[in-house]
Design a binder for this molecule. Structure first.
Ligand code: TXA
Ligand code: MG
Length: 360
């Protein structure tokens, strides 16, 4: 069994964090301890990225498989040169998207411990834009290795309470700066070989990258036999309940399908959770009234409006966790079209659903 750590909780203002608390957290990093901190995407479980002892603590705390490499977080572009082989495209992208939710993968230099890269000859690097993350990394004076601060396989944390749920007693410090902004993890772009490939879609889309690079970027299509990113072969972002996704073109048909499926599961005695958009909820309620009886599902949650996928992304993980809190047996969710932010949302939902996808 893992030793229980006495976790300290620091509450800070997201824009203007208490300098003393940031210094104390940076000191923990210097002592090779673990510090959970907010980024603009999700909360990260940080440790000194140049120390094997510290990195080992990350893997233990989140029960992460050893062959899944970590992202190094930096606060200054100058830090890049000592970590990896750089080329001119990096400056184009960094100039445009950093600090921000873009992770780039490059050939690593010897400075990077093999425990960070899980034995690969490449390393993932990102400069986050959250003021708390930037100040902490700067103060720590080392690159900070940080995966998402959830137990391996669970939805990434977008609020400190999610981190407390998963990692209390397993990390040294949790910095609470309120909810994160983007809500899904950074876009991961492999620039270690040509053509450049997006290994994990995020808020920055392949089109955004192409516009800046002036060249083609491929969206990696998952092939379970040979995943190009070790992380891709694991079950991810999954709530405890089974997740069933309903995908289709027509919103009304999707709602009706979700309703029929939900009623069927319910009649078999299962607690059914429905995860839809604001507009779909209105339609579901109207339909249920017309049909002479409101479908009394155990839990119905909305992700946000159809026409603002940034809000949907921001809410996604906290709604999946809320479903788990209410202990539903099955979640039936609306699938999203793979366009813009929808690419990242669809990617996370389909991974959470495994092969449980119904196309209508
Ligand atoms: O938004 C984010 O990226 C958050 C915040 C905390 O920065 N971090 C995050 O880290 O999501 P993590 O470890 O949960 O996801 C990193 C992904 C994993 O799928 C991992 O396999 C992949 O990046 N990765 C890391 N290094 C890699 C490498 N050298 N080659 C291929 N894939 C790599
Ligand atoms: Mg993760």
């Amino acid at each position: 069994m893992n030793k229980i750590i006495s976790t300290k909780l620091y509450e800070v203002d997201p824009q203007n964090p208490d300098k003393k608390l940031i210094k104390q957290a940076a000191k923990e990093l210097a002592d090779n301890n673990t510090v959970v901190f907010p980024t603009e995407t999700v909360y990260g479980l940080g440790a000194n990225g140049l120390s094997d002892t510290a990195i080992d603590k990350i893997f233990k705390a989140k029960k992460r498989p050893q062959d899944n490499p970590l992202i190094l977080h930096i606060s200054d572009l100058q830090d890049l040169d000592r970590l990896c082989e750089i080329n001119k495209d990096i400056y184009k992208l960094a100039g445009h998207f950093w600090p921000g939710p873009l992770t780039i993968i490059l050939k690593k230099k010897k400075t990077v411990p093999t425990s960070v890269s899980a034995g690969l000859d490449t390393v993932a690097v990102r400069m986050p834009s959250h003021p708390v993350a930037l100040q902490l990394i700067k103060e720590a004076e080392v690159p900070v290795a940080a995966p998402s601060a959830n137990l391996s396989g669970k939805p990434s944390p977008t609020r400190a309470k999610h981190v407390i749920h998963d990692l209390w007693g397993r990390v040294n410090v949790i910095i609470d700066a309120g909810p994160t902004g983007v809500g899904v993890e950074s876009t991961v772009l492999d620039m270690s070989s040509h053509p450049y490939r997006v290994l994990r879609p995020g808020g920055i889309t392949p089109k955004d990258l192409e516009r800046v690079l002036g060249g083609k970027v491929k969206l990696y299509v998952s092939n379970n036999n040979k995943p190009s990113s070790p992380g891709l072969k694991y079950k991810h972002y999954a709530p405890n309940a089974q997740l069933l996704l309903v995908e289709g073109e027509n919103k009304e048909e999707i709602v009706l399908k979700i309703k029929t499926l939900g009623e069927d599961y319910q009649s078999r005695g299962l607690k059914v959770g429905i995860l839809i958009t604001d507009e779909m909820l209105d339609y579901l309620i109207n339909k249920s009234c017309e049909n002479n009886g409101y479908s009394n599902f155990y839990k119905i949650l909305t992700l946000g409006p159809e026409n603002d996928l940034d809000i949907v992304a921001r809410n996604l993980y906290s709604k999946l966790r809320e479903m788990d809190e209410s202990e539903v047996d099955i979640i039936i969710a609306r699938g999203f079209e793979e366009k813009g932010m929808g690419i990242a949302i669809a990617n996370r939902l389909s991974k959470a659903a495994g092969n449980n996808i119904i196309k209508i």
